[in-house]
Design a protein around this ligand. Structure first.
Ligand code: PGA
Length: 249
């Protein structure tokens, strides 16, 4: 049985005051939901406020990046143990915005994933093709390359702590959603890559999310697809009612 996981990626939105309000509202509406795991991935500076707001509920706390070193001279970076001290359980790694704007590569993604898993965090690994790559017929190759590069060398039994989010870059924040079939195919390609690396049962059990302009109006159809086990939600995660509607879908 695969676990359904709906995770909100707040990106660079909300300071601690607004975060406390939104996290409280989300916790109130989503506490106790058992068929779907609900996660909010907030900016670093919001972790304390959000943790306090969801404490004692079933809503889980996530961050949006993590460094691979334990500590040291890495200005602006945050380590696994620092996140854990703030109550973080999940961390997004390899989001396309990090890859596009902040020099994240397959190599640095792999280092972050390995460190997060070693330290006991659950990883939401993002992979996805750009519009140029899709139009050049490279979608499958890109998804396989990114997935394999990020998970290379890891033990199969650590995969229970990995979620992969298929996020076509052209669908993120654009209002353009991959249609149900495209989204399902992308998730299927990723599942096959996981099977290649770790075998059928690991692939079968892995939660694979779709992300990219998921909203209440399209969530039900996307989430009904056989290979889609949840969503990584950007824009719609900033509104408690929209986010909750997606969880309920
Ligand atoms: P979006 O973002 O839902 O605003 O498209 C999704 C994401 O980037 O995780």
């Amino acid at each position: 049985m695969r676990k359904y996981v709906i995770a909100g990626n707040w990106k660079m939105h909300n300071g601690p005051v607004a975060a406390k309000e939104l996290a409280s509202a989300i916790a109130k509406k989503n506490n106790g939901k058992t068929t779907t795991e609900v996660v909010i991935c907030v900016p670093f500076v919001d972790l304390f406020a959000a943790e306090e707001a969801i404490r004692g509920t079933t809503v889980k706390l996530g961050a949006q990046n993590v460094h691979w070193e334990e500590k040291g001279a890495f200005t602006g970076e945050i380590s696994v143990s620092m996140l854990q001290e703030c109550g973080v359980e999940y961390v997004i790694i390899g989001h396309s915005e990090r890859r596009q704007y902040f020099g994240e590569t397959d190599g640095t993604v792999a280092k972050r994933v390995a460190a997060a898993l070693k330290g006991g965090l659950k990883v939401i690994l993002c992979v996805g093709e750009t519009l140029e790559e899709r139009e050049a017929g490279k979608t499958i190759a890109v998804l396989v390359r990114q997935t394999k590069a990020a998970l290379n060398g890891l033990a199969g039994d650590t995969m229970k702590n990995v979620i992969i989010a298929y996020e076509p870059v052209w669908a993120i924040g654009t209002g353009k959603t991959a249609d149900d079939k495209q989204a399902d195919e992308g998730c299927g390609v990723i599942r096959d890559a996981v099977k290649d690396m770790f075998g059928a049962s690991v692939a079968q059990d892995m939660t694979i999310q779709y992300g990219g302009s998921m909203k209440p109006a399209n969530a039900k159809a996307l989430l009904a697809m056989p290979n889609i086990d949840g969503g990584l939600i950007g824009g719609a995660a900033l509104n408690c009612d929209d986010f909750t509607a997606i969880v309920d879908a």
